[in-house]
Structures are given as C-alpha cells and as structure tokens.
Write a protein that binds this ligand. Sequence first.
Ligand SMILES: Cc1ncc(COP(=O)(O)O)c(C=O)c1O
Length: 440
Amino acid sequence: MDQQYAFAIAEREYLLRTKKSREMYKAAQRVMPGGDTRTTVFFSPYPITVNSGGGPELQDIDGNRYLDFLNNYTSTIHGHAHPKILQKVNHALTFGTSYASVIEEQITLAEILSERVPGIQRVRFCNSGSEATMFAIRAARAFTNRAGLIKMDGGYHGTHETVQSEFSSAQQAPVSMGIPVHVTQDVYVVPFNDLEAVERLLIQRANEIAAILVEPVMGAAGVIPPQPGYLTGLRELANKYDVILIFDEVQTLRLSTGGAQSKYQVTPDLTALGKIIGGGFPVGAYGGRADIMSLFDPAQSKPLSHGGTFNGNRITMVAGIASMELLDEQAITHLDKLGQRLESRMLETIERFAVPASITRAGSLLNVHFTVTPPIDYSSTHSSCKDLAKLLHLELLNRGIYTAPRGMWNLSTVMTEIHIDQAVEAFSDSMQLIAKCLQQ
Ligand SMILES: Cc1ncc(COP(=O)(O)O)c(C=O)c1O
C-alpha cells in the first residue's frame, strides 16, 4: 500500500470518528489563532477535543475513549482524577485558594523535595517549568556574574527567550522568531552526549560561561538517555572550569524517588522541576545549593527578586504533596516494569515486521524513532521519517491510543500490564500497516 494512500485512509477514518472535535476546532479557530492555545497540542488535521479524563483514560467529545500514553506530556503521572488527589484538593478548596502569604503546605512540599532530591538544599516554587529554568539560569548568572549558557542541541527547557534562542545556522537567525539576536549571543549550543564539545567551549570561554544546562535524559528531543559517564563528565567539567551545573528535571524526576540525579548518581548545583510535583495543577520549582539559593533571601539588602502571584498556591501545593506521596519506590518500580514490558514488546513488533525503527527509553519515558539505530543526540533523530511518525500517530489514535505526535510515550501509575498489552496490540497493527507501505 502506498504511504500517501494509507495516510488518506487513516485521516478519513479519523474525520469520521471525530466529527464533534472538528466542529470544536472550527469554533476555536474563530477565537484562537490556529484554534490552539498551546503549540504542542496541535496536530494535523486537527486535535481531538477532550471531554474528560479518568484513571488511565481520556474521552473526547465524540465519545471515543483513549488510553492516555501522553499524560499531559508527563505531568499526570497518577492518571486522571486520582481519588487521593481529588479528595485532598476538594478539602483544600473550602479554605480559599491563594493568598499573599506563606502557607504550611509550601513548607511540607519543600521538605519532601529537599529530602528526596540530592541536589536540593533550598527550593522555591513558581507556576511552570519554564519559570523554573528561567530562575535557575538567572541564579547561576547572578552567582557567577557571567552571562553565558551552554545548552544541548534540541534540549527543551520551556518558552522563555534564553532557552528558545538556539541559533539556526541554516537561517542565520534564532529558532524562535521575535527573539533579539543579542539574546542568542550568550547561548552556546553543543550536541548531547558530547563531552569534548563542552570542554572545547569551556577552554575558550570559561570566564564568560555561567552555567551548563542539561536534561539528564533529553525529553522533547526524543527521550535520549545519557551515555555512561556523560553526566559525571559534565559534573567534572563544571567543577574544573568553575561553572554551575543545572539539571532540568521537569520530566526526569519520575526516574527515581530522587530523580535522574539519584538514578545516575550525579548531583547538580541547581535543579529545575515541574509537571509531576503539582499533582496535575500548574507548577514549577527550582532549587539547589543553599549558597546559590540564598541570593533569593528577601531579608538581604539586595535580594534576587522572584515574584509570582500564584507561586505556592494552596491547591497546587496540596495536590503536589499527594502526588509525591503516591510516587514512592514501589510506584516507580511498577512504572519501570511497565516501561520494560512496553519496550520489549515494541521491539519484538519492529523486528517481526522488519520496520526500520528503534526505541529509546528511560524508565517510564519512551520514544519510537524511525531510525535503524537508537539516536544518541538530537541530530541523529533527524533521519527519522516524519511522515511515518505522523502515520503511526494517526493509526494509534484511530485505535484508541493517545501518544505524542513526535513518538513519545509515557506511563502513569494507574496503568497495568493489561493497558500495556492493549497498546502493544494497537502498535503492532499500526506497524504491520506501515511495513506494507514500506514494501511499496
Ligand atoms: C524538560 C522540560 N523543561 C521545561 C519544560 C517547560 O515546562 P512548562 O511547560 O511547565 O513551562 C518542559 C515542558 O515540557 C520540559 O519538558
């Protein structure tokens, strides 16, 4: 079967299943540019409109049910409407939701995070992962009195200018329009898993560089794990050249009770957090060494300012505490076992149908790539055939499996082996079809 024909059939089936979502998309377009208020939620021909979520499932307004392997891009680690989180939030709501004051729950969540995450001695809350990386970078710049930032090619750290300012050599312009060129001049981009590239930069510019910013496992770039010794190597380079090491653990905190830094036994100077620590509500946090974080101490004569009307609001804190309590070692072992099962069954399928695809995985985060060998950095994901990824995404949707259009899957603690096997069946049927297209 021809690939374009297969795509047309899949799209036709999607249109028939999601008529009300299509109407919603048209209504949304009248009031939001492109019918969207979050770029990553869009996919062609139009995204589904979700009506409700419960446990591991989503339901759209046409009544279709999906097993949710996207989990709001790794945030809803306990699935949807978890009874323990709901009960705590419902109770908290009766006390009012946010006040301009400290509340006890902030201290409780801060204690949980600093007990669990080795690199966190002090922590502050904000409302998104973007703010978390922004303030971690600002702290590093203030502490070192330098502006330079080393970041990894393809590394996603949110929406603020510094982290979206990767210079595109093809276009001779920042990747994101609207970012002034002078912002890009302090950002140095190197490939992930390449220690030599980092050291070359540090040899040339150590006295201009404030920090190295890295996701211990690259998330948006394609769930790319660090090669053995890479994170330790970054730690050693940061020590040798006296720069701050920042781990962006917005996605990777789920890899152990103490995050990727515990799993890989490398302690950064600063850590950015988000997603799962809010129990499904908007959140971010950044923390680290007490001497660096003390810059934010407002009792000082010249503190580093960190505002935010909803920082540490009661609902997020209460839901976050419940989410972290639910995410104990047993829960993480459960997630990792399901991740192993999903990966091994997917690999069997790939082999059975001889599709040129590979899987990368860390714990309960996984990515399907249309490359023969698993990518080790962002540029090695590029050979991945984007059209096949789109076809797989649509085929999975039509079979009731909700994943990221780019091929990322992640698991929630309310999933069981039954859900994994259901997903593998859908994956297998979709890959069989893709194999037929490739034989053309
Ligand atoms: C690694 C990483 N850092 C930062 C962010 C930004 O978080 P938020 O969307 O909450 O601003 C994300 C979001 O996907 C992320 O994956």
